[in-house]
Design a protein around this ligand. Structure first.
Ligand code: NAG
Ligand code: NAG
Ligand code: NAG
Ligand code: NAG
Ligand code: NAG
Length: 249
């Protein structure tokens, strides 16, 4: 009788277990400049919008708090950092493991040497950790300006290097989006790269196709940095195109 009861209840227990697992214990908060932000950054492809599927499993909270025009300094000074902190606190308070991407450089580059951004990133990393969340440093998405020989005309390198240095000093995860996006854009060439532009002459910001491609690139880098433990929905065909340097659009 007891055995019968246990056998009857077993499927109920196991379905409860699987619904707990499906209840995404992880969440994501994105921080950075316009190359991450809503309407022009990879964050739209990462968190998803009504027009773009998220790279994350359904129900995984993802809050894109990146801001157009931001430097590490302006982000704090204009209150954006406090908004990000509120978003992180809300997630950790629910017991979720909260992953926080930090990607700056495009605007920091215009106002100060790399070390200034680095010092600010260091404080950000420490504050994110202080909230019980996991900081992930991301190097700048490349601009899609080309030399006539087909190589990318890159001026963000020192800011990418500074981000890498801070990730080593602070022992954070690092996604080298700068290096991988340069490699990919050089492989697909100027014409296919520019099809990902928000407007034809805007080699910095992304249209929907660009957001899809570069969000997948970020997701692939995360998947490999975290050895497959994150709730990312695979897209083997797009990942394959990215790794082989083939245009998807
Ligand atoms: C870093 O933050 C300081 C304020 O703490 C600010 O003066 C400086 O401009 C910031 N650097 C950048 C590159 O935004
Ligand atoms: C951010 O929050 C801190 C702590 O509450 C506060 O001291 C600071 O003035 C806030 N920054 C801005 C720009 O509102
Ligand atoms: C993101 O966090 C901010 C700050 O707490 C909040 O106002 C906003 O509603 C959040 N958005 C999403 C999509 O969760
Ligand atoms: C993550 O990487 C592992 C190992 O390479 C792979 O098997 C898996 O399909 C990847 N997952 C995603 C979501 O890309
Ligand atoms: C992958 O690339 C091929 C050739 O460039 C393209 O036809 C296909 O649609 C791409 N697949 C995805 C999922 O982007």
């Amino acid at each position: 009788m007891l055995l019968h009861l246990l056998l009857t209840l077993l499927p109920i227990f196991s379905s409860t277990m699987s619904s707990i697992q499906a209840d995404a214990p992880s969440s994501f908060v994105l921080i950075g400049d316009s190359t991450t932000a809503v309407d022009g950054g990879w964050g739209d492809g990462f968190c998803g919008t009504p027009a773009i599927a998220s790279v994350l499993k359904t129900g995984t909270p993802c809050n894109n708090t990146a801001r157009s025009g931001a430097t590490t300094g302006s982000f704090v000074a204009d209150g954006s950092w406090n908004i990000s902190i509120d978003a992180i606190k809300r997630e950790t308070a629910k017991g979720r493991k909260t992953y926080v991407t930090l990607q700056f450089g495009h605007n920091d580059q215009k106002i100060a040497p790399p070390e200034s951004m680095g010092a600010n990133l260091t404080v950000m990393v420490q504050e994110v950790r202080g909230l019980g969340a996991v900081p992930i440093l991301v190097t700048s998405l490349t601009r899609r300006n080309f030399h006539s020989d087909g190589s990318i005309d890159d001026i963000l390198g020192p800011w990418a290097d500074e981000t890498i240095l801070i990730s080593q000093q602070q022992r954070t995860h690092l996604l080298d989006l700068h290096a991988v996006s340069i490699k990919y854009c050089e492989a697909i060439g100027p014409e296919a790269s520019h099809r990902l532009n928000l407007s034809p002459s805007d080699n910095t910001h992304l249209n929907i196709d660009g957001a899809i491609v570069f969000a997948r690139m970020v997701a692939d880098l995360m998947n490999s940095s975290f050895r497959g433990i994150l709730p990312i929905v695979p897209d083997p065909e797009l990942s394959r195109n990215i790794s082989l340097g083939l245009p998807s659009f």
